[in-house]
Design a protein around this ligand. Structure first.
Ligand code: MG
Length: 343
């Protein structure tokens, strides 16, 4: 009896391993998820961790795309100002394996005014930090991006909050049921990652800057990272999401899961050369780090990294960073920074 049970468990383990390996192997990626009138080519299709595959497009919008080898483009006649996005399903075949995934390919009408609202636009709007209302205010203001923080509940649901605790509850050891009932100061419930991203997907002007918070162990951090990437994929939100984290293992895991994800590191302790060597996308440090290592701005530019400074609220310092022409500035004062950018 004992022996047959262990054999059964062993077989189950083998099946699960093979299945997860096959799923991992056959995951389809696109190098980019946007198009514009100046740039109808979207990007190239890839299969994770394998060589060549034959790709086919499916779905009602498939005829609006051109697929040449693995290069995906939108036909010029379908690029119109009022079109926000097209959905396309990609089928991939390699030898005996098959995979199918759907993507939202978004008209790049994203704003480029450098303004990232830190935890949404809450300070001058009365919305709670990290609330969906704060995100909606950032979108309404016309910010380039709206930042938010992600933790994971005891039952592995990613939720939005800055601190690891909320109203006396520790998120990592509380259930999503318990946490979902909490009211933020503006009256809305504490959002899940899914609800939060969905609230941002009705528009294609403001990006969602997703911070994955460090957690209690490396394993848990990686689990949270995988959950987040899976949620983004299921919601077809890749075009909207820029990732940030203080935890370098989280950054590396994001890159491993999707080498085309835009990932920036926050902790201030690595040079631009080190981040570029690990193929990160962004150099995203506290303003004091830039003040102490001003040469890092040029170095990051030379290495092709995007540059963001956080959290800059002082007018003189906002102006200083604008004069340095960095890519983004994260601020609790998006209204002020928008005005400075305009002037
Ligand atoms: Mg944050």
């Amino acid at each position: 009896m004992k022996l047959s049970k262990s054999i059964y468990l062993f077989i189950a383990f083998i099946i699960i391993s093979i299945t997860s390996f096959a799923q991992q192997k056959m995951s389809i990626l696109i190098s980019n998820h946007t198009f514009s009138s100046g740039k109808p080519e979207v990007g190239t299709l890839h299969i994770v961790s394998t060589g060549n595959a034959a790709f086919k497009l499916k779905g009602k919008d498939a005829k609006k795309f051109i697929l040449a080898g693995n290069k995906l483009s939108v036909k010029k006649e379908y690029i119109k100002p009022d079109v926000k996005w097209y959905d396309v399903t990609v089928e991939a075949k390699t030898g005996s394996s098959k995979a199918k995934e759907s993507f939202r390919i978004v008209h790049d009408q994203f704003i480029t005014n450098k303004v990232i609202a830190h935890r949404g636009a809450w300070k001058n709007t009365g919305a709670a930090e990290n609330s969906i209302a704060a995100l909606q205010h950032a979108i309404r203001l016309g910010c380039q991006g709206s930042e938010f923080d992600v933790h994971m509940t005891a039952d592995s649901v990613p939720v939005i909050n800055h601190d690891p605790t909320i109203q006396g509850l520790t998120i990592a050891s509380s259930s999503s049921d318990q946490l979902g009932k909490l009211k933020l100061s503006s009256g809305e419930n504490m959002p899940t990652l899914e609800a939060y991203i969905k609230a941002g997907l009705g528009q294609n002007n403001t990006k969602l800057v997703l911070e994955i918070k460090p957690t209690t162990s490396k394993e848990r951090a990686l689990q949270l990272t995988r959950k987040v990437v899976q949620t983004v994929k299921e919601l077809k939100a890749q075009a909207w999401i820029d990732y940030i984290s203080f935890d370098y293992n989280i950054c590396l895991e994001l890159n491993r899961l999707d080498p085309y994800a835009r990932v920036a590191y926050l902790n201030g302790d690595k040079s631009p050369a080190a981040l570029a060597a690990d193929k990160l996308w962004g150099f995203d440090y506290h303003f004091n780090v830039f003040k102490k290592n001003e040469h890092w701005i040029d170095e990051a530019k030379q290495k092709g990294l995007t540059i963001n400074a956080w959290t800059v609220n002082d007018e003189a310092m906002l102006k200083w960073f604008l004069s340095k022409d960095i890519d983004f500035i994260t601020t609790n004062e998006p209204e002020l920074l928008l005005k400075l950018v305009k002037d």
